[in-house]
Ligand binder design. Sequence first.
Ligand SMILES: O=P(O)(O)OC[C@H]1O[C@H](OP(=O)(O)OP(=O)(O)O)[C@H](O)[C@@H]1O
Ligand code: HPA
Ligand SMILES: [Mg+2]
Length: 175
Amino acid sequence: MAGEAPELSAQERAGKAFPVSWDQFHRDCRALSWRLNEVGPFHAVIAITRGGLVPAAIVARELGVRVIDTVCIASYDHNKQGDLQVLKGISEAAMKLGGGTGKGLLIVDDLVDTGKTGKLVREMLPDAHFATVYAKPMGRPLVDTFITEVSQDTWIFFPWDTALSYHPPLRDGAA
Ligand SMILES: O=P(O)(O)OC[C@H]1O[C@H](OP(=O)(O)OP(=O)(O)O)[C@H](O)[C@@H]1O
Ligand code: HPA
Ligand SMILES: [Mg+2]
């Protein structure tokens, strides 16, 4: 409708930005691996795609896990969270390794925000260990191990979603 304010994206609503570089992300994934090494061993890593694929590869490398499966979930459509869609479930082979309940399996995602995605995967694998690199307060109770907590009104910018670009100086007219 004319004159109506455009709907804000989840990023815009978040207000604060937390940009993460590849270096920082790798360091945080290594820190996560150190913690998970105390919890394992794990039979397999289950990556929640797509964001969980990068930390899953790093964690699996550090922990020497060679069986990696995916659960493919879409929740944010162009920055707006819609209904969750399970595009691909956990494979039969990985289910078998986890004895049907996920025991000894490690679920990995890049972050928990509202916790909706994590909750759905936990329901599929109730006995699995759930690890994320970052956590926001709403999703935090769902996660067994994470590295850094950011406030709910922060949007995390991952290196695969961003590029180097010009940033104007803080003070007007200083350019
Ligand atoms: O805790 P929640 O509120 O459910 O949000 C967290 C999920 O949202 C993002 O995934 P997204 O669905 O955007 O897809 P992607 O991983 O393919 O980018 C992120 O990677 C988590 O999986
Ligand atoms: O803070 C976030 N950053 C990137 N993707 C996300 N998906 C949900 N929350 C976030
Ligand atoms: Mg995701």
